[in-house]
Design a protein around this ligand. Structure first.
Ligand SMILES: Nc1ncnc2c1ncn2[C@@H]1O[C@H](COP(=O)(O)OP(=O)(O)OP(=O)(O)O)[C@@H](O)[C@H]1O
Ligand SMILES: [Mg+2]
Length: 265
């Protein structure tokens, strides 16, 4: 299992006059095998931080490391699940899941098949293995997307609002599904969301960011028992954690819109 660290990170988009400082003095450590959720107002730099860990972008200064090694580029050790899925519409469900395994030599075809079956079962889609993404519901498509990332068994799992486009009922089912999947095989996870219930329900640690330039404002330890079940959402401790997170996010959301409120129409 892998420890992820961002130390004194500065990330700037654009240059000169229209430069936007997304992150500045940003420190975040994801202890190996823990599930961290990242909350913060829109535009505070959550996706920027995740992209740095994924290796999609590089910081202007500071360091991003996995187990002490600097992140230079995307790699199979870090799986990324996006909000807009990115499934291949022309491939069937099982082919989408096996896509990342295509680099394996032909003589390992049996292994690929077994791994794909295992994942299809884990995400409850064995019966739909020969369907195309367009023939599935939103929640089913999202499960294919997760299975495809898990195919490579990455020690680090990065998720950027993966359930953002789902209806409320499906979303709760997907949260329960992800939690049980993760509890069966814990790995270092970072999960971005705007949904406070989701953030508490999934996490070991909940990090709230400041308004841009983003830093970690406060980290809450989610000391709720595992395995997590939906019933925990009605416990007093759950409400306490969620309400604390709400206060923290609201403070920063207000700060992030302040420049607008000062201008005259
Ligand atoms: N590719 C880019 N080019 C220019 N500016 C960017 C780029 N990506 C992000 N930014 C800017 O960096 C800041 C942080 O963006 P980021 O996407 O990390 O926010 P976020 O916290 O993920 O927001 P949201 O909750 O809305 O997804 C924003 O001001 C955004 O405009
Ligand atoms: Mg984002």
């Amino acid at each position: 299992m892998a420890e992820v660290r961002l130390d004194r990170v500065r990330k700037v988009f654009g240059s000169e006059g229209d430069a936007v400082v997304a992150l500045d003095g940003f420190d975040l450590a994801l202890p190996a095998g823990t599930f961290t959720t990242l909350l913060g107002p829109s535009g505070c730099g959550k996706t920027s931080a995740l992209d740095l860990i994924a290796g999609f972008t590089k910081p202007e200064s500071g360091t991003v490391t996995v187990d002490g090694r600097a992140v230079e580029r995307p790699g199979p050790d870090r799986g990324v699940v996006f909000q807009d899925l990115a499934l291949f519409p022309w491939l069937r469900v099982d082919e989408n899941i096996a896509f990342g395994l295509r680099a394996l030599p032909a003589k390992e075809a049996d292994k690929v098949k077994a791994r794909t079956d295992e994942l299809l079962e884990a995400v409850g889609l064995l019966l739909f293995r020969r369907r195309y993404p367009a023939e599935l519901s939103g929640g089913m498509r999202q499960r294919v997307a997760i299975a495809r990332v898990l195919a490579l068994d990455p020690p680090v799992l990065l998720m950027d609002e993966p359930f953002g486009a789902l209806d409320a009922q499906t979303r709760v089912l997907m949260q329960e599904f992800l939690v049980s999947l993760w509890e069966r095989r814990p790995r270092t996870a970072l999960f971005i969301t705007h949904d406070l219930d989701e953030a508490v329900f999934l996490a070991d640690r909940l990090c709230v960011m400041t308004a841009r330039p983003g830093r970690i404002k406060e980290t809450l330890t989610v000391d709720l028992p595992r395995p997590r079940e939906a019933s925990i959402m009605s416990s007093a401790r759950f409400h306490e954690l969620r309400d604390r997170a709400r206060v923290l996010v609201r403070e920063e959301a207000l700060r992030s819109i302040q420049p607008l409120s000062g201008t005259k129409a």
